[in-house]
Design a protein around this ligand. Sequence first.
Ligand code: NAG
Ligand code: NAG
Ligand code: NAG
Ligand code: NAG
Ligand code: NAG
Length: 404
Amino acid sequence: MFCCWGPRWGWVPCAPTPWLLLSLLVCAAPFGLLGEETRQVSMEVISGWPNPQNLLHIRAVGSNSTLHYVWSSLGPPAVVLVATNTTQSVLSVNWSLLLSPDPTGGLMVLPKSSIQFSSALVFTRLLEFNSTKVSEGTQPPGKAYPPYSLAEFSWNNITDSLDLATLSAVFQGHPVDDPTGAFVNGSLAFKVQAFTRSSRPAQPPRLLHTADVCQLEVALVGAAPRGKHSLFGLEVATLGPGPDCPSLKEQRSMDDEYAPAVFQLNELLWGSSPSGFMQWRPVAFSQQQRARESALPCQISSLNPTLAYSLPHSPIVQAFFGSQNNFCAFNLTFGAPTGPGYWDQHYLCWSMLLGVGFPPVDTLSPLVLGVMAVALGAPGLMLLGGGLFLLLRHKQYSEYQSIN
Ligand SMILES: *[C@@H]1O[C@H](CO)[C@@H](O)[C@H](O)[C@H]1NC(C)=O
Ligand SMILES: *[C@@H]1O[C@H](CO)[C@@H](O)[C@H](O)[C@H]1NC(C)=O
Ligand SMILES: *[C@@H]1O[C@H](CO)[C@@H](O)[C@H](O)[C@H]1NC(C)=O
Ligand SMILES: *[C@@H]1O[C@H](CO)[C@@H](O)[C@H](O)[C@H]1NC(C)=O
Ligand SMILES: *[C@@H]1O[C@H](CO)[C@@H](O)[C@H](O)[C@H]1NC(C)=O
């Protein structure tokens, strides 16, 4: 959080304790504004018998609100996110409509009047770029190979991966048509997880989450790249309440023990807070053992308004929003031409949070606070000591003067 850092740092070197306390209070304030401390979360696979399709409903009930996250691999992987101001709102699915050519109205959250906010994300394509002879930081990071359309993937049955203890489920897929056999040993997985309270995962990037968010981990494992230096990316489309694209906010953060060497926290915000948000650290990992050595930069392209017909059709998004056209699309790319990469172990993993309300605010880890207290305390003591010394000297000097 910027309020802890910034230029104030050097200002109050001799009063570390009150200053630290003050900044802690300032940093802690946004927590009071967060939606709910805890939520009662249920996770359910809604079956579409006799045409089974993966439809995962996460319902998170708070003291006076309910959040609904509906994830599906019907079409490209997508999520519809709905926030309501009642504890009673329910999801209603009309399968015959949802599976029809015009699914509008097939997915509803009732009562409609309780809806405070709704939006959607669609993961449209897996991108691959040839980054040989490309200089660092260029966008796109090389010549694009033909992308894999995620609408043309075949997905596992999420019922098998549903884990109610950790509130998680995994959509794992591979291309239906795979003429080159690139995915013979490989898959793309979307692991969705919900939370009942605020916490921080054990694995980097250790994004702080609250009960208001859903975490997504995307992992590409074992797929054969088409070049020696292939960089992968994801094309994502969003649909928000208005015609504007969500705004990108890049927050500086410090090199904290929670996220070593990652100085940034990125957010996409639909309108001004509190609304919907997507939050991630611009880092991906090229090994299951997520560490500094396997950290890859993650870059986001500009957000471009995009017409629905140019994107793979997402039945659940149309089912909830109707035939809306105000999509925005952007690309995320993982890795740089040099350094660690997917090529090391044919492994890539990236995670993000999706939520409503105020995005979780990172505070400093106790270790870093301790280090700061010591670092700020030492000069403080020295100054204090120096001041006393000068005072005493001055006194001595005056006494000396008076003697003369
Ligand atoms: C997944 O498996 C369950 C039973 O294990 C079945 O009821 C459901 O229809 C299957 N879903 C899909 C999408 O195949
Ligand atoms: C919901 O409850 C929180 C505290 O539990 C309260 O601060 C907030 O004003 C309530 N919101 C509404 C819309 O009643
Ligand atoms: C689902 O939608 C169809 C078409 O609008 C309608 O005929 C049917 O009654 C609906 N089913 C339910 C259970 O509401
Ligand atoms: C898949 O795995 C098998 C056995 O490990 C290996 O022989 C084969 O080359 C792999 N195929 C691809 C496309 O990676
Ligand atoms: C994402 O990258 C692909 C491949 O370079 C490109 O065709 C597509 O237009 C990009 N999409 C956006 C939204 O920038």
